[in-house]
Design a protein. Sequence first.
Length: 158
Amino acid sequence: MRTQASPAIIIGAVLPDIPIFVFYFLMKFVYHLPTRQIWSEVYYQPFWQAIVSTFHSIPLALLGILIAHIWSWQLIEVGFASMVLHSLLDLPVHNNDAHRHFFPFSNYRFISPVSYWDSNYYGAMAYPPAVGDRSFGRNSLSSRGNYLSVSFHTNLLG
C-alpha cells in the first residue's frame, strides 16, 4: 500500500489547483486575455469561483474520504486526504484570493494576513521562490498573473 499511495498523494495534492491551471491556460492561450484581466476580473466570476471552491472544499473532500472508506477504496481515500491537507495548507497563505474552503455549506473565506505570492502581504517571506524571477526582470511580484506565469514557467516548463 505504501508505494501505491505515492501517486494518490501526489494527485490529491495537485488536484485542487488543476482547475486554476486549466482556467489560466484557457484565458491566456485560447481567449488571449491579458494577464491582469484574467486575475482581476475573470478569475472572480461566479462560474470559476464555484469550480475552484469545489476542488478546495474541505467538507467535500471529507465526504470523499468517507465514501472511499465505506467502499474500501484505500488509494482514493488517501487521495482525498491529500486534498484536505492541501486545503489546510492553503488557509494561512491566501489573502485577497482566499478560497471558500467550506463550500458548499458556507461562502466564508479565511483572509490570511499572509499571501504566498503577493509581496504586499509578505509574499517574499511566505514563498521565496515566487520572488525575483529574472525572466520577468522583477524583484517582487505585483500581481497574481506574474506569479502564475513564474510558477508555470519555472516549475512546469523547467
